[in-house]
Design a protein around this ligand. Sequence first.
Ligand code: NDP
Ligand code: A1CAB
Length: 289
Amino acid sequence: MLINRLSKLCLGGFIARYAIIGLGKIGTAIAKSLIKSGVDPTSISGSVRRVESISRVGHELPGVFVTTNNAEVVKGADIVILAVKPYQVLDALMPIRDLLSSDQLLISVVAGVTTGIIEGFVLSKVIRAMPNIGIVIERGVTAVAPGSRVSEDDVKRACGIFSSMGRCVVVNERYMDAITAISGSGPAFMALILEALWEAGLLLGIPTDISWELAVGTLETSAELLRFRKPWEVVEEVTTPGGVTIRGIKVAEEGSLRGLIMRMIEETARRGGEISREIEAGIRSRINN
Ligand SMILES: NC(=O)C1=CN([C@@H]2O[C@H](COP(=O)(O)OP(=O)(O)OC[C@H]3O[C@@H](n4cnc5c(N)ncnc54)[C@H](OP(=O)(O)O)[C@@H]3O)[C@@H](O)[C@H]2O)C=CC1
Ligand SMILES: O=C(O)[C@@H]1CCC=N1
């Protein structure tokens, strides 16, 4: 523990010690990415809820100090990353609320939980971030929204961390629920679409592995092309008048495919707002009891 506390590493000119509350899927991915980007594992401490999770994390993150004791994790950390499920935020933060100081930068990646909610019960500077799972291959897309207490340097520091795992954009917090739907949840939606493309290949008799290879390859190629071209330009280039593509487009339009996708994102974002209200109600009832 002493070694853990003393070990430091320089990231973008800043010598930081990291605490990650919630070493689950995204917390572990963040820790792995920090290590890949050059952070010494011994300068990262992290927590889990159940004792039995410690050995899992120990295997995945050798050198990282892991405990179920959040107080131990945040003590002495410069940057605290909160990566528990929304409904676990109160249980995770309430017992350590007096330990989190105004010098510490708390970066929450929790969907739907606003900086205002967190600032309401800790003194730390708070930033809300929404990464996506692409950070595991250093191709993550992260949006960062500053809370009311942070400086420009804090925002740069947070974006610096996520830039080492892919791309980072600074946004106004009012867009965060929509961003969560598009890029946070996005990989799951893209996976659904890809799965359907692959299954369509199976339906038409293409062997499994070939159908998969072609579907994944097409998604990759399309994403690369669409970096430099507008969607309607690609549609025009591909679609031969009286040819085959236009038949498929007709079916997509008849089924309101684009409307369906928009509604999918809209509903996902709406859930973010619901979560904020549920958490706020939870805080009010705890404070009143
Ligand atoms: N998964 C994703 O792609 C993304 C997720 N997010 C956000 O990240 C957050 C975490 O999601 P995800 O990683 O998928 O969820 P997981 O359930 O995989 O991870 C949550 C982790 O938090 C730990 N935990 C729960 N309560 C406490 C506590 N009181 N103290 C310390 N640790 C605790 C759990 O411990 P244990 O393992 O013992 O149960 C678990 O390891 C969510 O709020 C989500 O909105 C944001 C962007 C993308
Ligand atoms: O599904 C969720 O709530 C989280 C937020 C973004 C990705 N996963």
